[in-house]
Design a protein around this ligand. Structure first.
Ligand SMILES: NC(=O)c1ccc[n+]([C@@H]2O[C@H](COP(=O)([O-])OP(=O)(O)OC[C@H]3O[C@@H](n4cnc5c(N)ncnc54)[C@H](OP(=O)(O)O)[C@@H]3O)[C@@H](O)[C@H]2O)c1
Length: 256
């Protein structure tokens, strides 16, 4: 039965940056399909509490965890907490990221480093921390949330786009190395989603029109548009998918 292959009962999932936006929709979908989900945000907040409540409505065993992924000690602390709760993830979605719009000629090295720390280095470290359990049980799902900017970099986000391209490369690298261990590694790659991070930019009608005209579907994605693909990659239904990049972009990557 194909429906059963999507079932996540008995699995523990960590979805970083799931207080809001795409991560929140993925976390809720995992909980709906039975996973014990750890939602995550930088610090305790109303959105994080609401995201947790949405997950607990499906599975009361869901919990929250906090920490700034720009701080390597916080990454270790998150995993120490999960270990204490006997909740090291079977499914890890590295969804949180940061970005700033700055012309490349003025991009500050400290900002570029910070974006690489949160978007790439924290992901690599979390994958290292999650790997031993996945290897031992011969089952695991490592998922990065990339960006259409891997293929179509925005002129004012050179560090962010590079960090996402690095993640895509990491996915292909690790997928080859650990495919025989029952662990898949994939890249879920959004186009333009109507989330908090885009609210200000898309509030500018001139910019919004330019963006909309570049999207073949002529519509922004909604956070829940990412949930089905995430569920596929996280479950046994996606058993044979590894090293892949799945675009959820309404065709935005396609040459115009
Ligand atoms: N939205 C888009 O159009 C789009 C397009 C391409 C790719 N993506 C990617 O999709 C993912 C989700 O994007 P989104 O638009 O849903 O994001 P969002 O609405 O801006 O939410 C970001 C989440 O990440 C968390 N976060 C931010 N900085 C963090 C840090 N330093 N340490 C730990 N957590 C941090 C936030 O926590 P708090 O709630 O505590 O602040 C929040 O929960 C990101 O990787 C993004 O790059 C998005």
């Amino acid at each position: 039965m194909i429906r059963e292959k999507f079932d996540l009962t008995g699995k523990t999932a960590l979805v970083t940056g799931s207080a809001r936006g795409i991560g929140r929709a993925i976390a809720a979908a995992f909980a709906e399909f039975g996973a014990r989900v750890f939602v995550h945000g930088v610090k305790p907040s109303d959105p994080l509490s609401a995201a947790l409540a949405a997950c607990q409505a499906f599975n009361p065993a869901c919990e929250s965890v906090t920490g700034d992924l720009g701080d390597p000690a916080a990454v270790e602390a998150i995993f120490a907490h999960l270990r204490e709760r006997d909740a090291l993830p079977d499914i890890l979605v590295a969804n949180a990221s940061i970005q700033k719009n700055i012309h490349w000629s003025e991009f500050d090295a400290a900002e570029a480093h910070h974006e690489m720390e949160v978007n790439f280095h924290a992901t690599l470290r979390m994958f290292q921390l999650a790997y031993p359990k996945m290897k031992e049980q011969h089952w695991g799902r490592l998922i990065v949330v990339g960006s259409v900017q891997e293929m179509r970099p925005h002129p004012e986000m050179c560090a962010y786009a590079a960090s996402k391209a690095a993640l895509e490369n990491l996915v292909r690298n690790l997928a080859r190395q650990i495919a025989r261990e029952g662990i898949t590694v994939n890249d879920l790659c959004p186009g333009v989603f109507a989330t908090d991070r885009n609210a200000a930019a898309l509030g500018n009608p001139v910019y919004a029109e330019r963006v909309m005209n570049a999207i073949p579907m002529h519509d922004y994605a909604r956070p829940e548009d990412a949930a089905g693909a995430a569920l596929l990659l996280a479950s046994d239904a996606g058993r044979y998918i590894t090293g892949s990049t799945i675009l959820i972009d309404g065709g935005l990557r396609l040459p115009g």
